[in-house]
Design a protein around this ligand. Structure first.
Ligand SMILES: Cc1cc2nc3c(=O)[nH]c(=O)nc-3n(C[C@H](O)[C@H](O)[C@H](O)COP(=O)(O)OP(=O)(O)OC[C@H]3O[C@@H](n4cnc5c(N)ncnc54)[C@H](O)[C@@H]3O)c2cc1C
Length: 512
């Protein structure tokens, strides 16, 4: 007897879109490790990419831009699904009360971002798109009568007879229970907390990917971590973004000696690499952004001005400390075009998944769209009676050769909740090692050195802090295997020892 027809792990755009699409007669549950509204989705700024004005744009152009960004690794069928099905789903957000920014005639305001050949980004509250989406999604889900477990931590997937049958969960009251379900949807987001400098919130610990790995599901593309070049280098978590718009308006990047060393208008990954190389040369952990000559800073960049005021920086006087920050994980749990994983009963959507739409590098504002489109497709497929994955989309990579992988040991489940100093120390060590050795620039030596730190993390106590660290370790360990195996530079993966792209590696590396 199962508790649920569908159990969703995660309350960001992917998980909540799925919940809202289910038939009301189904028994649906949703688990989130904090309050529902505290998902990474809430932090998203720029917007959602979709072709909403066919008089100025086409889905063919959106597809071409996405594939160009993906550096030869996008699954074109998955991208076709993304660009074709996205517009209707974005328009459908009106029905749950999402208030996108509009002009005086009520037409959607469309912005253009780097890598897009047309203005196709819908946004809300200027740069508060994620907060508006999450507000509306959470309100709609709360009024729906599904079972909601907040402050509930998914520890591991239950696997019996080769099928995922539920989730072992630490509930808010301290009990560890096995929640049994006919279908489980992983929508648990990314793993930016593998790095010391990241724009992602503290809960982005790769729990979904780690659980899938331990359950034997295939994962792919973990070596492709997108870094944002200009995060504010400050103690704040997550690191605030100092948007590209500043550089577009004339902000200059200088090193700690005040010297310019990079064309500020190059694409994100090239700016990140130049900043990292300069930091490494000088043995420092940041560079500086000079915005002192930008006129009307406070009125033109009100959100950034507020952040700077909060941390005591004056943009008219101070140089702003910056460093590249881990921003988005392109890879994840391998899925087919319906979001089915290689483990029957287990589905994945959103940042936790590898649908193949991002390839080796994500096009800006395609990730919210991916959560929306594939969150919906999972429910449609379950509704059609689909039960196992098909060899479609990124799943076709299962036929490719795989690098060696050691199976991490499952941790004992004994609910001792609370942070312990040794766990915090080990987490900081992992983050530091990953930033230095497996960050923007990598090579065989740095990856091996990092692996010795990451794989040395052992004997963790049970409880949320220990489990999160174990998950970070397992995902980082898998990332290091993939990054070492990819002996080339492609998209977001830059190897110092292999600076060129190798056409024979234009394929997905699958770990399972
Ligand atoms: C600063 C910033 C700006 C961004 N701007 C944009 C943008 O403008 N456009 C765009 O397209 N993308 C943007 N992104 C990326 C985008 O926000 C994310 O990729 C997307 O929101 C991920 O949504 P998701 O549904 O996959 O998961 P998330 O929103 O990350 O939600 C994950 C959920 O899983 C739950 N969870 C995780 N682990 C567990 C566990 N063990 N047990 C129980 N629950 C768990 C969490 O509680 C949470 O509810 C931005 C990201 C950042 C950090």
């Amino acid at each position: 007897m199962t508790d649920f027809d569908l159990l969703v792990v995660g309350s960001g755009i992917a998980g909540l879109t799925a919940v809202l699409r289910t038939d009301p007669s189904l028994r649906v549950g949703v688990i989130a490790k904090g309050p529902l509204e505290r998902a990474t989705t809430m932090w998203a700024q720029g917007g959602v990419a979709a072709v909403l004005d066919p008089s100025i744009d086409t889905t063919e152009a959106h597809l071409a831009d996405t594939v160009a960004a993906g550096a030869g690794l996008c699954d074109v069928d998955a991208v076709r699904v993304l660009v074709d099905e996205g517009p209707e789903l974005v328009r459908g957000l009106d029905a749950i009360g999402v208030r996108f920014d509009r002009d005086g005639q009520g037409r959607l305001l469309l912005a253009r971002e780097g890598g897009h050949s047309a203005a196709r980004i819908v946004h809300a509250g200027g740069a508060a798109t994620g907060a508006e989406l999450e507000r509306a999604l959470v309100a709609a889900v709360r009024s729906r009568g599904v079972t909601i477990h907040e402050h509930a931590f998914a520890v591991d997937l239950l696997v019996e007879h080769g099928r995922c049958g539920g989730v072992r969960t630490l509930l808010a009251d301290g009990r560890v229970v096995d929640l049994r379900a006919r279908h489980v949807l992983l929508a648990a987001g990314g793993a930016g907390q593998m790095y010391a400098v990241t724009t992602t919130p503290v809960g982005s610990t790769g729990d979904g990917i780690a659980m899938a790995l331990r359950a034997g599901a295939a994962v792919a593309d973990l070596e492709f971590v997108q870094f944002h070049p200009t995060a504010l280098h400050h103690e704040r978590v997550p690191k605030p973004l100092l948007s590209e718009a500043l550089r577009g308006h004339g902000a200059l990047i200088v090193d700690v000696n005040g010297e310019r060393f990079v064309d500020e208008l190059l694409p994100r990954d090239q700016v990140s690499r130049a900043i990292t190389a300069r930091m490494n040369d000088l043995g420092v952990d940041h560079c500086l952004l000079d915005v002192r000559d930008l006129a009307d800073f406070v009125t033109r960049f009100p959100t950034i001005a507020t952040v700077l005021a909060d941390v005591g920086l004056d943009p008219t006087v101070d140089l702003l400390p910056i460093a590249p920050a881990a921003h988005y994980l392109c890879g994840g749990v391998l899925t087919d075009l319906d979001g089915a994983t290689s483990l029957p009963g287990l589905w994945a959507a959103g940042e936790v998944a590898c649908t193949g739409v991002h390839g080796a590098n994500r096009l800006a504002s395609n990730s919210l769209l991916e959560g929306l489109v594939f969150g919906a497709r999972v429910i449609d497929a379950i509704g059609r009676g689909v039960d196992t994955c098909s060899m479609t989309g990124a799943m076709r990579a299962l036929d490719e050769p795989r690098p060696p992988w050691r199976t991490p040991a499952l941790l004992p489940v004994d609910p001792i909740v609370g942070h312990q100093p040794s766990v915090d120390r080990a987490r900081a060590d992992l983050q530091q090692a990953m930033t230095l050795g497996a960050g923007v620039l990598r090579d065989a030596r740095s990856l091996a050195d990092t692996a010795s730190v990451v794989d040395g993390i052992d004997g963790l106590p049970a409880g949320v802090a220990g489990w999160e660290l174990a998950n970070l370790r397992d995902v980082a360990s898998a990332l290091l295997v993939a990054a070492a195996a990819r002996t080339e530079t492609r998209g977001a993966h830059a190897r110092r020892d292999f600076p060129s792209t190798d056409p024979t590696l234009a394929r997905r590396l699958v770990l399972s």
